[in-house]
Ligand binder design. Structure first.
Ligand code: SAH
Ligand code: SF4
Ligand code: F3S
Length: 483
């Protein structure tokens, strides 16, 4: 039977290997590369790797780092789950995210029977939960490598440990105060990129597992962030998305504190960067300074994602969101008054423990008043270890589902009405992909809405002016016009 090795017990795999990063990982990448080259020679073809990603923008960014490392090691990156190395970067924010991963692992077992040399690895938020690790050790013994959210940069070292021992390698850290951002990255797009400005979360909303699996809030220094943005601009990136679970509290705990708004002002000064986006903005910390900076900026996109979660002040209090309905509405109104062309989007949870019909009506009321241009709506999912999981009065599934249906219908109706406002206008679009329809390309407006219009692949990454001919509810069909 396959041995299990917890990384702490593996010791120094290569005597004399440097302890500093990134030097240490660069050495392990070279060592892995030699082993993978040998295997490729024996197989008579290049070896392939796939990183299957679940979850939020943070995970998407981590996936780019993981692919970067695998590419450096000599793998050809593909998307199919039949690759020689398959890595699942997991999410655990709601139970259905976990179920998807277990479903995929079920298939992996068969693939691995067909290709015994195949390596299956798991990382990301789900792996930070001890009961998940226990389940995998017990029921998914074919998994080769497991690591968490705090040590993604160690992939090469863990792979080396597996290749040289054939054991199941487990390396999950409870928390960390460091991060390594200087390893190779395989970016999905050549023209836009996410940039982590902070990690973790300190808010402990009572339903949410993120603070437990991503650790405490840590901001990167502005120097590091700006130098990364400048490097991206030099490489041709025109749009950056600044990432954090609560970007509005960025910089507060740094040795030299700086506000998120001040950071935005600095990013704005970088020549090559033409568009700046950010995610996610917690309403409790959104400052007037931020609204001012957005208003004056030529580069910050006309889009603000402002998660509501619930419209009921009573529920918001139990959720530990630290704002109430009135405060949220006043904030949304102020933002719209100051920046009239802004599109507001949100996240809403229905069926939080104890939610009554009246509470739910309050949520609908906020949706009617704020008029979001889109909203992510979720049925509350009980997460082990969070305060809400232990609350009485969990809402029956049929009640949540019925409310969810009503909420979704309202959100879609309002989004479609909001979408119509821009019809006929000419707007600048950053072309992102070819569309599913022959001869069409797709891009985004500053307000994050998607537009499809006749165009060619060589326009990807360019800004073009597009007339929005037809509103289709949550996207537009347009025509390019001369600039
Ligand atoms: N940091 C972000 C949210 C990250 S999680 C913020 O505070 O806005 C993304 C979304 O998942 C949340 O906004 C919330 O709507 C949803 N979510 C989180 N935990 C959930 C749970 N237990 N059940 C259902 N939805 C949840
Ligand atoms: Fe979760 Fe709240 Fe933190 Fe967002 S702010 S990640 S919802 S705990
Ligand atoms: Fe999911 Fe982790 Fe993001 S739990 S939502 S991938 S921070």
């Amino acid at each position: 039977m396959k041995k299990i090795r917890e990384m702490q017990a593996v010791g120094d795999l290569i005597p004399g290997a440097p302890f500093e990063e990134p030097e240490r990982q660069l050495l392990f990448m070279d060592k892995c590369r030699e082993l993978i080259e040998e295997k490729a020679k024996a197989a008579g073809r290049p070896l392939t790797a796939a990183v299957i990603n679940f979850g939020c923008q943070m995970n998407a960014r981590d996936a780019e780092k993981l692919r970067g490392i695998l590419k450096q090691i000599g793998y050809e990156i593909i998307e199919e789950e039949t690759a020689d190395f398959v890595l699942y970067n997991t999410c655990t924010v709601r139970d259905n995210a976990n179920q998807k991963v277990y479903g995929r692992l079920g298939y992996q077992k068969t693939f691995k029977k067909q290709n015994p040399e195949m390596i299956v690895a798991l990382c990301g938020c789900m792996m930070q939960e001890p009961e998940v690790i226990e389940k995998i050790k017990k029921s998914y013994r074919f998994v080769d490598i497991i690591f968490g959210t705090h040590n993604v940069y160690r992939l090469a070292e863990l792979l080396y440990a597996h290749l040289t021992s054939k054991s199941m390698i487990i390396d999950v850290w409870k928390d960390t105060d460091s991060s390594v951002e200087t390893l190779p990255v395989d970016r999905k797009y050549t023209f836009k990129s996410g940039v982590n400005i902070m990690y973790g979360c300190n808010n402990f909303c009572s339903y949410c597992i993120v603070p437990y699996v991503r650790g405490r809030e840590r901001s990167r220094t502005p120097e590091e962030i700006l130098s990364e943005c400048r490097k991206l601009a030099d490489e041709g990136i025109v749009e950056v998305m600044l990432l954090g679970q609560n970007v509005n509290s960025y910089g507060k705990n740094l040795e030299n504190p700086i506000s998120f708004a001040q950071l935005l002002r600095e990013v704005e000064k970088i020549d090559g960067i033409k568009r700046i986006r950010f995610m996610t903005s917690h309403p409790k910390d959104l400052s007037d300074e931020l609204i001012q900076v957005m208003k004056e900026s030529k580069k910050i996109c006309r889009h603000l994602h402002l998660p509501l979660q619930s419209g009921s002040s009573r529920i918001l209090k139990i959720m530990n969101r630290r704002y109430d309905k009135e405060k949220y509405l006043a904030l949304a109104e102020k933002i719209k008054r100051e920046i009239p062309d802004i599109a507001l989007t949100t996240d809403i949870i229905v069926g939080f423990p104890g939610e009554t019909e009246e509470d739910f009506e309050e949520t609908l009321d906020v949706v009617r008043k704020v008029r979001y241009s889109s909203a992510f709506t979720f049925i509350y999912s009980k997460r082990t270890g969070t305060p809400a999981a232990a609350m009485e009065d969990q809402i029956p599934e049929e009640v949540s589902k019925e409310r969810f249906g009503r909420l979704l219908a309202l959100v879609q109706e309002i989004a479609a009405e909001e979408c119509v406002h821009l019809t006929g206008q000419v707007q600048q679009v950053l072309v992102e992909t070819t569309s599913n329809h022959e001869g069409m390309v797709s891009g985004r407006l500053s307000n994050n809405m998607v537009v499809h219009f006749p165009g060619a692949e060589d326009q990807i990454g360019n800004f073009v002016n597009v007339r929005l001919d037809e509103a289709k509810g949550f996207y537009y069909i347009g025509t390019q016009v001369e600039s």
